[in-house]
Design a protein. Structure first.
Length: 134
């Protein structure tokens, strides 16, 4: 119950609880945001009872052959989502799945976590995010 309450703080309000996996040293609590259909896997360290990591998987595919957006658009999207983000580095990369597609990869830092995001270069929508808590 404590893990579910701890995880809920890190997901958007109104997200639906999908269950908890009990691992050796962690709990992984899954939520889905009905507004965006994003899934949140919140990893909580059993020893400290603190959030260790959050993986956000979006319904948007991060890769595209079309590149309509610029790195500045990606930076603006990161700042819109994480207003206290700093050290934002945006790169246009090949799709790591080996397809002939491009993705924007953004790394950034906030006071709570270090983040890595993959965004679609045609739409600037998130495809995948990893947040490693400090």
């Amino acid at each position: 119950q404590q893990a579910v309450a701890t995880a809920k703080v890190e997901v958007p309000e109104g997200s639906n609880y999908f269950g908890t996996s009990n691992k050796a040293t962690t709990y992984v609590v899954k939520y889905q945001d009905p507004a965006t259909l994003d899934y949140y896997d919140v990893t909580i360290d059993k020893a400290t009872k603190k959030v260790h990591h959050v993986t956000i998987s979006g319904s948007n595919f991060p890769g595209s052959v079309t590149i309509n957006k610029k790195a500045a658009d990606v930076t603006a999207k990161i700042m819109e989502t994480y207003p206290n983000a700093s050290n934002i580095v945006v790169t246009l990369e090949d799709d790591p799945n080996g397809q002939n597609l491009k993705i924007y990869k953004a790394t950034f830092t906030t006071p709570k976590f270090n983040g890595v995001a993959q965004l679609n270069p045609a739409t600037c929508l998130y495809g995948h995010r990893e947040l490693s808590y400090k």
